[in-house]
Design a protein around this ligand. Structure first.
Ligand code: SF4
Length: 382
């Protein structure tokens, strides 16, 4: 298996270290980011499947080791997410309360675009409470021509506060991606959600290839890519393996990878099914985080939806599995999130510290995509 550490059979060199007072894993695991990041690993689908099959402790150990080779230990990146346009989305994502297709059963109150001033006030509050990135989400199929000046203004205003910016606005064409890049957008989120095979059980109004096209436009524009999944929608482990493999088939793995645990929402087709049939084991979600960390060693692996219902111990295991980013605040787009006070307490108890913001300037391109830890180097575009 490419690049795997053999945890169950230590080498003779490791055994020699055991003659000292310090266990070899304590001396081997680095506490500072020292290794040069590689853009992506070369795991085959079979390698990914074997990782999922490892005993959980071996998998966690390996994921944490890989994490420490590429990131500063015990440091997490914190984002705040704001819905800038809620509900009545023309897409039919089976898990989402914002879909107009499910509005009769979810009863979600749709809201128009939020005024710029209110978004900026929310961004200021996010910065004051320790977030380094402000993410703005709109329930659109894609932004329209008249939406573009609005989102460009938001990017510029939020960046002026010293925050990194992220947006999730649906599909983008190449020109829209270029406009957002010129405004200095740091990250664009567009999740693959699941495997290509299971995707048709989840969404019918937008194809898997359209998602990949949007991600390619984002990548080509120089904006960092944020793309993740939702586990626990009734997909099989094979689908989770295929989703990881899909990330590795991209020219470069996403810089940010949210691994969401489905929050089943009553009134949505997938939410109702999961509520009736039972939810995925939290440990399988943690396995998915660990495998993602190992296969995408330089990406930020983000805890997003699903955290609210987890115990401290389960969240600690997720960080052990290599997650190093999470959303802060009491609410995600429309679902609940862990409260800020409980996040602050958990961070103190786990000894985690928050990473500082490193926004890129407009018309600049990132070097190494700020994925090497603290330093965000940029050079002027040609
Ligand atoms: S997940 Fe996004 S695209 Fe899908 S229905 Fe919800 S808001 Fe629309």
């Amino acid at each position: 298996m490419a690049g795997l550490l053999n945890i169950s059979e230590p080498s003779s060199q490791q055994n020699a270290k055991n003659n000292g007072l310090e266990p070899d894993f304590l001396t081997d695991i680095k506490t500072e980011a020292t290794a040069q990041p590689t853009s992506h690993s070369s795991y085959s689908r079979d390698d990914i499947a074997r990782l999922f099959d490892l005993p959980l402790m071996d998998l966690l150990m390996q994921a944490q080791t890989v994490h420490r080779q590429h990131f500063t230990a015990n440091e997490v990146q914190i984002s705040t997410l704001l819905s800038i346009k809620t509900g009545n989305c023309p897409e039919d994502c089976g898990y989402c309360s914002q879909s107009g297709h499910h509005r009769d059963t979810t009863k979600l109150q749709a809201e128009k675009r939020i005024e710029v001033d209110k978004v900026i006030a929310a961004a200021r509050r996010a910065k004051a409470t320790g977030s380094s990135r402000f993410c703005m989400g709109a329930a659109w199929k894609h932004p329209s021509a008249k939406d573009m000046p609005y989102v460009v203004e938001l990017i510029k205003e939020v960046k002026a506060l010293g925050l990194e910016t992220c947006m999730t606005l649906g599909m983008l064409d190449d020109q829209q991606a270029a406009q957002l890049a010129d405004a200095g957008l740091d990250y664009y989120n567009h999740n693959l959600d699941t495997s290509r095979r299971y995707y048709e059980q989840v969404v019918s109004t937008r194809s898997y290839d359209e998602r990949l096209d949007t991600l390619a436009h984002v990548r080509n524009s120089g904006i960092n890519v944020c793309s993740g999944n939702i586990v626990g929608m009734g997909e099989s482990r094979d689908d989770r393996i295929d989703w990881v493999h899909e990330l590795l088939k991209m020219p470069k793995a996403p810089e940010s990878i949210p691994v969401n645990l489905l929050v089943p929402i009553q009134g949505t087709p997938i939410g109702d099914k999961v509520l009736a049939e039972g939810q995925l084991s939290v440990l399988e979600w943690i396995r998915t985080i660990a495998v993602t960390r190992i296969c995408c060693p330089t990406s930020y692996v983000r805890l997003s939806a699903g955290r609210e219902s987890l115990s401290d111990a389960e969240q600690a295991l997720a960080f052990m599995a290599g997650a190093n980013s999470f959303f802060y605040g009491d609410k995600l787009l429309t679902t609940g999130n862990a409260s800020q006070s409980s996040d602050n307490r958990l961070m103190r108890e786990l000894g985690l510290t928050a990473q500082f913001a490193a926004p890129r300037a407009p018309k600049q391109v990132p070097v190494l995509d700020a994925m090497s830890g603290h330093q965000s180097q940029v050079v002027l575009a040609q």
